[in-house]
Design a protein around this ligand. Structure first.
Ligand SMILES: Cc1cc2nc3c(=O)[nH]c(=O)nc-3n(C[C@H](O)[C@H](O)[C@H](O)COP(=O)(O)OP(=O)(O)OC[C@H]3O[C@@H](n4cnc5c(N)ncnc54)[C@H](O)[C@@H]3O)c2cc1C
Length: 383
């Protein structure tokens, strides 16, 4: 169908929402993004964007072949926790290198590209409801302002209100895992940019450099049941973090020593949504398929969604058909990636003899491990 001139409202100015707005606008739609935050700022942390996400960023002209804002990864190093002993090294995927971005930088690049294409942004605009009518979909803001669109894309994150409207109330399941994240100033250029995944009983830590090696990004996960706050912006106590990971030695121990202002939140599990779309309204990104962070794929999946959604309008005769096509092309892949991420939590946190056996296996197959996930990285949403 002709997307030219169709009016879209996108709810959420995160990576998924802006990428979708950009992809739709580039095909001739007229897009307005509604973001509840007064500014498009992301709290400091890193994102790994693997080739399946990079291919979308390049197609949308957000980055060139060698993005300056990102650091090209040489692969992943698996380490044991006590002395940081190397267990295995996983080379960069054959599909292409992963890049490490500061979230704020990637969001800034997407925002700039969207503004260049003419996407309109309404910041400080919290969406309260969306109504579907026979001839349009209507966004109603908290302050009562109304906006009529031909189609609404809800990229309003893992706790999406629109998902609840389409699917009814759902109770998220606490994973009994808590995540800490932080960045620290960093000045060492002697280490190749790699993600280092340090595994201990019931815990693991992932570190990788950002911004031309001037920052080190840290995500630390622990199995724990006494913290159940979900938001990403809650400050944690750095001494508490150190105490909980005090037996982590080697370089990761030194890195944890320097953390000053960690954030902490509990990890909850929501299944891939049953209903993704409803004639004129569709879910995208975490709103449709929230994932645990153990494959570093949430933002990459949101980028894939954006590309597939916009392309679905080329192939279909109406809005409803395009949204159905989008869902049918995305559902099974999203489900499979989310399930793979969920399984990794168990693998990273093994205890006792199971841990040693798993490490021996990793030592043997490590270099071949990236092939196991090649189906994730080689997916090309633009093809
Ligand atoms: C610790 C951690 C590490 C991660 N690392 C990686 C990684 O390395 N690689 C990767 O690919 N992914 C990673 N992810 C996942 C990734 O961050 C998310 O999957 C991704 O940000 C989802 O993007 P989104 O646009 O769907 O949602 P979000 O980024 O959550 O954006 C939703 C937006 O909607 C806005 N919003 C919500 N409700 C409303 C409303 N009613 N009205 C208006 N606006 C609203 C919010 O303010 C927000 O800006 C990680 C996640 C975590 C927690």
């Amino acid at each position: 169908m002709k997307i030219n001139g169709l009016k879209f409202g996108v709810i959420g100015g995160g990576i998924g929402g802006i990428a979708a707005a950009l992809a739709l606008q580039q095909r001739g739609a007229q897009v307005t993004v509604f973001e509840q935050a007064a500014e498009l700022t992301e709290v400091g942390a890193g994102l790994q964007i693997s080739e399946n996400g990079m291919v979308v960023l390049r197609a949308l002209n957000v980055v060139g072949d060698t993005p300056e804002a990102g650091l090209r990864s040489y692969g992943t190093v698996l380490r044991d926790y006590r002395a940081g002993r190397s267990v295995s090294e996983i080379p960069a995927p054959a599909a292409g290198s992963t890049y490490y971005f500061h979230r704020a930088d990637l969001l800034g690049l997407l925002h700039k590209a969207a503004l260049r294409e003419g996407v309109e942004f309404r910041l400080g605009a919290q969406v309260a409801q969306v109504h579907k009518h026979p001839s349009d979909a209507e966004i109603v803001l908290e302050d009562g302002t109304r906006f009529s669109a031909d189609c609404v894309i809800a990229a309003d994150g893992g706790r999406s209100q629109i998902r609840a409207d389409l699917n009814g109330p759902e109770a998220p399941e606490f994973t009994h895992q808590v995540a800490w994240r932080a960045t620290i100033p960093w000045a060492r250029r002697d280490l190749k940019p790699c993600a280092v995944l340090t595994m201990g009983p019931g815990r693991h830590v992932v570190t990788y450099p950002l911004r031309d090696h001037t920052l080190m990004n840290i995500v630390a996960i622990e199995e724990r049941s006494d913290w159940q706050e979900e938001g990403w912006n809650r400050r944690g106590d750095p001494e508490d973090l150190r105490a909980r990971f005090s037996d982590f030695g080697g370089l990761v121990g030194e890195i944890l020593e320097q953390v000053q202002e960690p954030n902490i939140w509990a990890l909850f599990l929501r299944p891939v949504a049953q209903t993704w779309q409803n004639e004129r309204i569709a879910l995208l990104g975490d709103a449709a398929h929230p994932t645990l962070p153990f494959m570093a794929q949430g933002a990459c999946l949101a980028l894939e969604d954006a590309c597939v959604l916009a392309r679905a309008f080329d192939d279909q005769s109406g809005i409803q058909q395009a949204l159905e096509m989008y869902e049918s092309r995305r559902r099974s892949r999203a489900k499979k990636v989310v399930a793979t991420a969920g399984a990794n939590a168990r693998n990273f946190h093994l205890r006792g003899p199971m841990r040693l056996a798993a490490q021996a296996a990793l030592m043997a197959i490590g270099p071949r491990l990236s092939r196991k996930y090649e189906w994730i990285y080689s997916y090309d949403a633009t093809a």
